[in-house]
Every structure is written in C-alpha cells, then in structure tokens.
Design a protein around this ligand. Sequence first.
Ligand SMILES: [Zn+2]
Length: 294
Amino acid sequence: MDFDEDANLDLSKVEDARGGGGGFSGGPMVVGGGALGLIVTVVLALLGYNTLGDDSSSPAPSSSANLAQECAVSNAQRFELVQCRQVAVFDDLRDYWSTEGTKALGAQYADPRLRFFTQGVNTACGQATSAVGPFYCPGDQRIYIDLGFYDELAQRFGAPGEFAQAYVLAHEFGHHIQYLTGFESEVRRLQQRDPGNENKYSIALELQADCFAGVWTRNASGGAQSLVESVSAEDIKSALQAAGAVGDDRIQEQSGGRVNPETWTHGSAAQREQWFNTGHSSGDPKTCSTLDRV
Ligand SMILES: [Zn+2]
C-alpha cells in the first residue's frame, strides 16, 4: 500500500499512551491468556459495557507530542513507522465512514478515538492488558491498540505485511460503526434474550466488522483527499491472510486446543475471509448483513 507522502496527518483523535504503563494502575489483571485473549476482546467490551460502564476509570488524555514529531511530513521515513501508518489508515477510515460509509447505512457519524498503549490500559470497559489484542470499547468509543500485537500477528500467526495491520484497525473501526448503527446494542440485547445462542450473535458481530473492513479497503484509495493512495492485490492477500490467521479455529489450533465451534466467538478462518471478500467486492456496507447468515 502507498500513502500520500505530502499529506499532514490529523492527530486530533489519536492518543499516545505508550510507555510507562499508559495509565495502568497495576491492579489485578482482568483479562489475559495470550492469543486466546483475541477471542475475548469483544466479550470484554460487551461485558465491560454492562458492568463497568462508567467513564471514571478513563485516564486523562495523553500527550501526542512525540507522535506529531515522528509522523510529521518533514520525516521522510515516517511511513516506515507502524504508528504513522496506523494514524494514516485511521484518518482514511474516518474520511470514508464520516461521509459515504455512514450515509449508506443511514447512521449519524461521530469520530472514535484511537489510543496506543503498552502493557495495560484503563478503559470504560474495565482494565485490559496487551494480551487481549486490539479491541474497541463502546463505553468510551475508543480503539485500543498495543502496537506490539503486530509483531505477534507476523511471527506467531504468520500474517506479516503492512496491510494486515491496516485490516486489524479497519476491523476495530468496524466495531465503532456497529456502535453508531445500533447493531452492537441489538446484538447485546439478543444475547441477553437468547443466551443459548450467545456465540452465534458474537460471530455475527465479528463477521460484520470484517465485512466493513473489506468495504473500507475497496473505498480506501478512492477520494482526492485520500491518505491511502493505492491498495494492491498483494495487500488484499495480506488482509485475507490476517483475517484467516485470527479466525477462532486457527487460534485454537495454534494454542494447542481442540477445535470446538461451540466456543467460537469470531468465526472460522473461512468465514472471516468470506465476509472480508463480500465487503471488498461490493464496496457497500449494506451488503454486510451477517446476522441471518451465521
Ligand atoms: Zn472484533
């Protein structure tokens, strides 16, 4: 993928809380489990939203001064840095979803925030460690990412490539769109009413976020203001590889567990790839109705 080398990055919705524990108070860790943690990310958000949904645990906004320096146009190497690529992708996602994306869905747009952290972080959904992987918290409308996750994605899950990182952020952004459309709270309601199918609903939520990531990918290099200038066939392969790599069946195999669809909450590798493809080939978020197809 290529970025617009001359564009200024908008850091106004980005919070850099890397280093120094990022405001983590060192209390008991509520989630963990390494790769398995990926499975619980949204469950954490959902549970957290129900039980710990007050904003008082959110730390004060962090300074993004270093990030501004690192990702300034004057740094010719800025797009070799994962954090600057993520900010560029984040701004491109905002650009698409604030206009065509939410318009197509008939939803009102509001920006999420992107917070980088290391080790652990306090959120409106409770405390989380890096072990859970990237996640979205509807309670404070933030996407939380420890950039170290991308090393794990490359090494442990065999999904290297810059676009794999873009896909992950686009998936989390998709969860924010689900918050805006009300699909996230609808799923939560369905889960409470029909606990026997809790995982099925969770999978529908996850697969729609994959589909939304595909939709954005299709539209990413569209606009004149677009920060992402091109997305190659190789990039799409890299995103599909990542979508498959973090499918529940693969994670269970990786972690030595028996593959047991009953405990799946994100969908299989094949399902995740399929829904990313659906979004990518249509470029239309209205094609992402996963609920009646899981
Ligand atoms: Zn997810």
